[in-house]
Design a protein around this ligand. Structure first.
Ligand SMILES: Nc1ncnc2c1ncn2[C@@H]1O[C@H](COP(=O)(O)OP(=O)(O)O)[C@@H](O)[C@H]1O
Ligand SMILES: [Mg+2]
Length: 275
């Protein structure tokens, strides 16, 4: 489903010249302009300008409390649900203004899926976890079965669970639960996948599987991942954004940021000289 369909009933005109240009350069899938977030008096995110390229992985790094999750939550309007939170500035997904009043957050979240730190499957069967949302959107029984198989295959879980789809998702290991949550998110065929420290509750083997999975999934999705693990960012991302106290200090190609950062603050953080 095209992103534009979340704004109804206006049908955007296609700018042929622009389409042609975008075919030869990286396509910006999502961007923010002067993004600010306040929790009451607390100014948690300050004038953040960043863009995310289609089918790339962007990692958010920085010390705890620097605003990584807050920025991530703006991208699918999860902050809407936090009392006292105020968001200013702009966020665009393709040509659509995410904060436009005509956009329902539920529709937006079909395009911008999210997975959290702690695996949070529903206390239902593996099958039901996968099909609950697609069913709400009218997927037929056959479509549901196909989605379950395709999505579980994409996260490398199919062979592990195909004979126990009716069993509770809560009986899966932590790592399997997290892959199920990723499968559940991609079953909705989003354009963008937001991952907030998806491996911080997992053991090293499960972590490695998720990292491998992220590298695989970027062939199909634009991924933004928050991690407190700098090595993880270096291993799996194409772009890295370093945040400190609500400011986006530096945003660059990952290789560049880790080898020759432009800002001294970034260098200090990466080298552990950070006070
Ligand atoms: N729901 C909330 N209410 C009030 N303050 C919050 C809330 N969520 C986050 N904050 C504050 O906003 C700042 C950024 O938090 P967060 O985005 O969670 O940082 P990070 O993900 O980088 O650890 C922190 O100072 C945090 O205490
Ligand atoms: Mg966080």
């Amino acid at each position: 489903m095209p992103v534009q369909s979340i704004v109804s009933p206006v049908k955007p005109r296609i700018d042929e010249k622009r389409v042609e240009k975008e075919l030869v350069k990286s396509v910006i899938q999502m961007k923010t302009k002067d993004l600010n977030v306040y929790y009451g008096e607390k100014h948690a995110v300050k004038d953040v300008n960043i863009c995310f390229y289609e089918k790339t992985v962007t990692a958010f790094i920085g010390p705890s409390g620097c605003g990584k999750s807050t920025v991530l939550r703006c991208l699918n309007r999860m902050n809407d649900t936090i009392p006292g939170a105020k968001v200013t500035g702009e966020i665009w997904i393709e040509d659509v203004d995410v904060n436009d009043p005509s956009i329902h957050p539920i529709n937006l979240r079909r395009h911008v899926g999210m997975v959290f730190q702690k695996p949070n499957p529903f206390a239902k069967s593996i099958y039901d976890n996968m099909t609950l949302a697609p069913r709400l959107y009218g997927a037929s029984k056959q479509e549901q079965e196909q989605l379950v198989e395709d999505s579980l295959k994409k996260v490398g879980l199919w062979d592990e669970v195909k004979d126990r789809l009716k069993e509770s998702a809560l009986d899966l290991s932590g790592g399997q639960q997290q892959r199920l949550c990723i499968a559940r998110a991609i079953a909705m065929k989003p354009k963008i996948l937001l991952l907030d420290e998806p491996t911080s509750a997992l053991d090293p083997v499960s972590t490695a599987k998720i990292e491998e999975l992220v590298r695989e999934l970027k062939k199909e999705f634009t991924i933004i991942i928050v991690t407190h693990n700098m090595q993880q960012a270096a291993r799996i991302s194409d772009y890295t954004a370093y945040f400190y106290m609500g400011n986006l200090i530096e945003w660059n190609r990952t290789e560049k940021l880790f080898t020759t950062p432009e800002k001294k603050q970034t260098e200090d953080y990466l080298s552990g000289r950070f006070g």
